[in-house]
Design a protein around this ligand. Structure first.
Ligand SMILES: [Zn+2]
Length: 227
């Protein structure tokens, strides 16, 4: 058990190790059209750490790993640099910010394109309220470390898959052509929410809300579901 915990702790360092590389000189390149390629690698690492599937909505990944979204971190790093530049008016670059040249190429996004500073946590909360995020109502504050973070990898991964509605259920297996039917033994469509909320074979009385709390009963339910 101790060794597994150590493995999880080491896995937990992975995003931070990647972030130090991914954010290197971010104010210079963060407005490039190729920034998405960096995000792809970062998302892949967060999926590995949280044990979630490729189909997991991207907005969930920073919440599960409790790391601020990359785009907001890059914007905050840019804001910090701009603040320094404006404070040092003897730097040659200061005139580029305060009296910047006319933008000839509209597709370019120079440093002065957006000088309104962003507060990472409030913007993160704002983005989280997007109706596109499945089960966003489970939590009011996505910026805090969510319950179950200290569980072993197998249980934590399963917990994350129930929250995000993306796991190995009948509906997913049929979509991936791994099963002929998406029905459970009671002939109802087996989605992750069905398993925990309503299936007589496996439901938890407290439903998904209790799974989110990761209390003792939810933990026992996860253990029995894993076995
Ligand atoms: Zn069922």
């Amino acid at each position: 058990m101790i060794s597994q915990s150590l493995v999880i702790e080491n896995y937990g360092c992975l995003p931070w190790l990647c972030y130090s590389l991914e954010e290197y000189y971010a104010p210079v390149w963060s407005r490039s059209s190729h920034t998405g390629l960096v995000d792809v690698q970062s998302n892949s690492t967060m999926r590995l750490v949280s044990g979630t599937l490729r189909s997991t909505p991207l907005l969930w990944l920073p919440v599960l790993t409790n790391i601020e979204p990359l785009t907001l971190r890059r914007k905050a790093a840019t804001d910090k640099l701009v603040e320094k530049i404006i404070a040092c008016d003897n730097w040659p670059i200061d005139s580029e910010i305060t009296n910047h040249p006319h933008a000839c190429l509209p597709r370019r996004k120079p440093l002065w394109h957006d000088l309104v500073p962003v507060d990472i946590r409030s913007q993160w909360k704002e983005n989280w309220k997007s109706p596109q995020v499945v089960n966003f109502s489970l939590m009011d504050d996505p910026t805090i470390r969510q319950p179950g973070f200290n569980l072993l990898q197998q249980q934590w991964s399963l917990l994350n898959r129930f929250w995000t509605e993306q796991g190995h259920c009948g509906a997913s297996k049929k979509k991936w052509n791994q099963a002929a039917t998406d029905l459970c033994p009671f002939y109802e469509k087996q989605m992750m929410s069905h398993i925990v909320d309503s299936c007589p074979l496996s439901k938890l009385n407290g439903s998904l809300l209790q799974v989110h709390s990761a209390d003792n009963e939810a933990f026992a339910w996860l253990i029995s579901y894993c076995s």
